[in-house]
Design a protein around this ligand. Structure first.
Ligand code: FES
Ligand SMILES: [Fe+2]
Length: 456
């Protein structure tokens, strides 16, 4: 059982400066706002939400609100979401389509390109009203594979340069073709970095996610460390954790995966380690008939789960058929709170082929290695014409603790735990973090944080 580490960066990842201050100190939080959040590229939302002229969405990050628009001319643009008259927050709704944006206070109205469309009683501004200062203040915006990024920096480096080798490594997945099938936000009581830390290591998996041993191998993973603080991990799916006795029969989750591909689970009694390869071959065999194009993927990508963390706050966990976007956002004022988004993307197969598949009574292909309770990961029988983008469901973490809401069993387990981490860190009895080799992505992330905190 070995973990393979591939370091694409020049960072040595020695332990440095890992005190608890970064999770709870207000001065640190304020410096972080100026030096990190105001300077870096940030995943704001999805291009599919601003596909047509007039489409817009609002991205809330810390004390800022950014309005992303598709103008009537078809251009993508981003602005601080604030009226230039007396500073009222301009757009209140999360998403929508509008010809123009009218401030609720005195009805200044803006076009989708940020210019002013109308100002009531314009002739009464005898104290001055320079035209060039009435437009919404722009923010840099760019798109990578369907993901809209914004930057509040004066002169950010090009987005693809910032993302570096990740762009080529993930090109096969074509996230831009996947559609939103779930959209959740939980208000949590921990620092946003505690969530990134949690999704940067597999050390905890055996202890708080016992179900994972039934469908993934968390011992032989590959870790990638990239420039600018990005990291990745590749985990073998459609298998079991070799740290435990190999079961004689497929586990419940593997059974479901096999059945979904019309393979007989009984054929794999006493052959559980062969399931991963069988699933890879079976997807190649029947993928095209079910409307999926697997030609561009390696065999391993057909069975395995990739999870890439893009600095500072995006976690992408994906298979060829689906992707989770996990994104902790800092609270406007309190370092010990954050908002944690989970957006599920699903690749629907070709609509025509899917209709034929449905007529033949076959389900879509279940993504390899997902938890069996996550049925929404299975591309539905409906053609995409029946698709409706779900609204965001926002709730407090207590709703998860008391079982009213769920973000899947695994993430619920993490949410349960993270409140305890923040509470423990507050204690006089805790000074600093110690990391083992399995937590090298945590160190890489924090070293990148230190670099930006020291650079500006
Ligand atoms: S603050 Fe917006 S119109 Fe007055
Ligand atoms: Fe976890």
């Amino acid at each position: 059982m070995t973990q393979k580490i591939v370091n694409h960066s020049t960072m040595t990842d020695s332990i440095r400066n890992f005190t608890k201050e970064r999770y709870m100190s207000l001065p640190y939080f304020q410096r972080e706002w100026e030096r990190l959040w105001m300077q870096t590229w940030l995943f704001a939302g999805l291009e599919q939400d601003v596909r047509d002229p007039g489409d817009y969405f609002v991205f809330e990050i810390g004390q800022e609100s950014i309005l992303v628009t598709r103008s009537q001319e078809g251009d993508l643009a981003a602005f601080y979401n604030v009226c230039q008259h007396r500073g009222n927050r301009l757009v209140q709704s999360e998403r929508g389509n509008a010809d123009s944006f009218r401030c609720a206070y005195h009805a200044w109205t803006y076009n989708g390109d940020g210019t002013v469309k109308s100002i009531p009683d314009r002739n009464k501004f005898h104290l001055g009203l320079p035209c060039e200062q009435t437009s919404l203040k722009p923010v840099h915006v760019d798109v990578w594979d369907g993901f809209v990024f914004v930057s509040m920096a004066d002169d950010p480096q090009p987005l693809t340069e910032f993302l570096g080798p990740v762009v080529d490594l993930l090109a096969n997945y074509r996230f831009r073709d996947m559609l939103v099938t779930e959209d959740q936000t939980v208000h949590h009581y921990c620092n946003w970095k505690a969530i990134i830390d949690n999704f940067s290591e597999l050390y905890h998996v055996d202890y708080i996610h016992p179900q994972h041993q039934r469908f993934v191998d968390c011992c032989n993973d590959q870790v990638d460390l990239f420039p600018n603080g990005h990291t990745g991990v590749i985990v073998e799916g459609a298998t079991v954790n070799p740290r435990y006795p190999i079961p004689s029969e497929p586990t419940d989750i593997l059974t479901e995966q096999l059945k979904n591909l019309d393979l007989n689970p009984d054929d794999f009694n006493n052959r559980v380690p062969e399931i991963r390869r069988a699933i890879q071959l079976r997807k190649r065999e029947i993928g095209a008939a079910r409307g999926y194009d697997y030609d561009r993927f390696s065999d391993e990508q057909l069975s395995d789960i990739w999870q890439f963390n893009l600095f500072p706050n995006i976690i992408l966990s994906f298979t060829p058929e689906s992707c989770w976007i996990l994104r902790p956002r800092p609270h406007p004022t309190d370092p010990q709170q954050c908002y944690f988004d989970k957006i599920t993307l699903t690749l629907f197969p070709d609509a025509d082929l899917q209709a034929k598949v449905a007529a033949n009574g076959k389900a879509g292909i279940a993504p390899g290695g997902r938890e069996h309770e996550v049925t929404h990961f299975m591309p539905g029988r409906d053609a995409t014409s029946g698709y409706a983008r779900p609204e965001r469901d926002a709730f407090d973490h207590h709703a998860i603790l008391n079982g009213e809401k769920s973000m899947t069993i695994t993430i619920d387990q993490d949410i349960h735990l993270l409140g305890g981490v923040q509470a423990g860190m507050r204690s006089k009895g805790f000074d600093r973090v110690w990391l083992n080799d399995d937590e090298i992505r945590v160190q890489h992330f924090h070293n990148a944080i230190d670099d930006v905190m020291e650079a500006h």
